[in-house]
Design a protein around this ligand. Structure first.
Ligand code: ZN
Length: 638
């Protein structure tokens, strides 16, 4: 019988990015499912890779005096190497600059152009070079790019468009009729919300004169392909030509796994592109959340980008794989903290699971001479353990369908706990004291070891290295991969007579002293940074605006306060300022001042102040900040 096929992908990562914990997270998550499906007997194709075209790559290459191709040849290695260190079992690695990819992109473009799905039109819009995106007038944020806040240029040019708009109704129906198509449900609603507005056609070309680093359009070499129209095709180009894709049995993919920031691109662009090509959309697009680090957004300037290579050295690969998927429900945002990681490593891994293996293997040596004994018929005390194992296995299988990693791990830990309790309750150390007890002891020791074998199989997709070591210690003769999920369908797969090996710690504890050292080292450079400098992002959070003082009066019973009415363009604010010692109210009316417009309102002397006026104070003399020319009201100051 042919094997059932299963296809899972990560997004292809932008080759210019430095691989961080977010990239590792998606890739580990996809890897766990791929490994699990293999254990279930599926023929699995697991794809990851790098997105290598576009302006930023070209720019970075120019700065380094390299050709873009030379540059990406170097850069993509950082991802490949990290995946090896993280034990990622991908079937292939696609690069969008490879011939096999470019070929299909061009064939698809040619076919869609011949079918009239692509047309030429003139286009006028606001263009953000760093983001490589056009924006309409209403998209702009105070005249700037809504995504990166940088300056935009007005550009008018001829371009090619994909008739995406005509698939709007089809797409809405598809999403509504298939609750599994886009997950989690909250994100599906966001996509439907986006589709409430008319769906426009997609500009899929860029003039080569402006952006040479891309795939030339086959029907007009003066243009290159828009990066998304190029990149998304990676999910199918790996399987060859359109005929080969259809024949491969790997399309539609079971999961296109993405970060929440690129969900719309996948749900809308990718699905409609496939529709036009004549292929099904993926069975599922799953958008996961983002990681902050110790409560803060990851950013290079904050120096808190968690470097996965460093984490691997400090804590070991499996602890990191476990932590990322255990800590936060897949789909929600999470916070990465070294403290939480150390906590989980010590309690879940070292204490609960590690000790269970350790005590079992040691007792096996002490009471059974290191040989797995033949169990007697199960008694009433054994039943809770075998029943729990059965329940956990069934539940885990179900939860994989929802990619509910944290629940899967929680569930598996119920079996860890039940097994520890089983040993405590049956007390092998007491059983060993009497002849009657010694017979019973065989069953207890067998069951404890068999439960660990079940745990080894269930945990293998998450922690491939540690679980193989666990299996060896238990004396199993075959690898977990060879045993498969089928080997835990029934209790009793562990062969009596097998020789256990010497007990070895799976997860060494991070002792308090060591933990303190790790945390201290981490906080040093960051604290520095925090005290003296802020990032442009942090500064941009402060909304400074110009405003004209319409009214001013002294606050009764206060020596310092003046109550102002300030027109900030969109509204009039009541603001209190401590400037009565330096200004008379009548001198203030008509003056333009700078105010902090997004300050939380506060009450002073029972009067609400809706903002703050900027001023410089020295020796009791206070001077209002202002301008040498009249800027007008409601203008942003920065
Ligand atoms: Zn931008």
């Amino acid at each position: 019988m042919p094997q059932d096929k299963f296809y899972i992908t990560t997004p292809i990562y932008y080759v210019n990015d430095v691989p961080h914990i977010g990239h590792a997270y998606t890739t580990i998550a996809a890897d766990v499912v791929a490994r699990y499906k293999r254990l279930e007997g599926y023929e699995v194709f697991f794809l990851t890779g790098t997105d290598e075209h576009g302006q930023k790559v070209q720019q970075a290459a120019n700065d380094l005096n390299l050709s873009p191709q030379e540059h990406t040849n170097k850069l993509h290695q950082r991802f490949k190497e990290l995946w090896v260190r993280l034990n990622i079992s991908n079937s292939d690695f696609i690069r969008t600059t490879e011939e096999r990819h470019k070929k299909l992109v061009r064939n698809i473009l040619q076919e869609l152009h011949s079918k009239g799905e692509i047309y030429q039109d003139s286009y006028e819009g606001w263009y953000c070079t760093p983001c490589e995106r056009f924006w309409t007038e209403k998209d702009l944020a105070q005249g700037n790019c809504p995504e990166c806040q940088r300056k935009v240029e007005k550009i008018k040019e001829h371009n090619y468009f994909f008739r995406m708009g005509k698939y709007q109704e089809w797409l809405i129906d598809r999403i509504k009729n298939d609750p599994h198509f886009i997950l989690p449900a909250s994100r599906r609603n966001e996509v439907l919300g986006f589709l409430d507005k008319p769906l426009e056609d997609l500009c899929i070309s860029r003039p080569r004169s402006r952006l040479p680093w891309g795939i030339p359009l086959p029907f007009d070499e003066e243009y290159v392909t828009y990066v998304w129209f190029d990149a998304l095709i990676n999910y199918i180009s790996i399987h060859g030509s359109l005929e080969e894709i259809k024949a491969s049995g790997f399309w539609p993919a079971d999961h296109n796994m993405v970060g929440k920031d690129i969900l719309t691109t996948h749900a809308v662009y990718w699905s409609t592109m496939l529709k036009a090509i004549g292929l099904e959309p993926p069975k599922n697009i799953f958008a996961h959340g983002w990681w902050t680090v110790n409560g803060q957004k990851m950013s290079k300037s904050l120096q808190n980008v968690v470097e996965p290579n460093q984490l691997i050295e400090q804590f070991g690969v499996d602890a990191i794989r476990y932590f990322l998927l255990r800590e936060v429900p897949f789909g929600l945002d999470g916070d990465f903290s070294h403290k939480a990681l150390i906590g989980r490593l010590n309690s879940d891994l070292a204490n609960n699971l590690g000790n269970l293996l350790n005590r079992t293997v040691n007792m096996m040596k002490k009471y059974c001479g290191g040989t797995i004994p033949t169990p007697a018929t199960a008694g009433p005390e054994d039943e809770p353990l075998t029943t729990k194992a059965e329940e956990v296995i069934a539940e885990v299988r179900k939860l994989y369908g929802e990619l509910a990693y944290n629940k899967i791990l929680q569930k598996i830990w119920e079996l860890v706990d039940t097994t520890n309790q089983y040993i405590d309750k049956t007390g092998p150390w007491n059983l060993a004291k009497t002849d009657e007890g010694k017979e019973r002891l065989k069953t207890v020791m067998y069951n404890s070891a068999e439960s660990l074998r079940v745990l080894g199989v269930l945990l293998n997709p998450f922690m491939p290295t540690s679980t193989e070591s666990l299996m060896k210690q238990l004396g199993a003769e075959t690898s977990i991969e060879d045993q498969g999920m089928i080997s835990i369908n029934e209790w009793g797969g562990l062969k009596p007579g097998s020789q256990t090996q010497k007990a070895k710690q799976l997860f060494p504890r991070i002792e308090d002293k060591q933990a303190k050292k790790i945390l201290d080292e981490l906080s040093e450079p960051k604290e520095d940074n925090k005290d003296s400098q802020i990032t442009i992002d942090e500064f941009m959070k402060v909304e400074l605006k110009t405003g004209k003082i319409l009214e001013a009066e002294k606050v009764k019973k206060s020596k310092k306060l003046i109550q102002l009415k300030v027109d900030i363009g969109t509204e009039t604010r009541q603001i209190l300022a401590g400037i009565a010692g330096s200004y008379e109210p009548e001198d203030l009316v008509g003056r333009t001042v700078i105010i902090v417009a997004n300050l939380k309102p506060a009450k002073l002397m029972g009067i609400e102040s809706q903002g703050m006026v900027l001023a410089a104070g020295n020796d009791g003399k206070i001077l209002l900040a202002g301008f040498d020319q009249e800027p007008g009201q409601g203008i942003q100051v920065r």
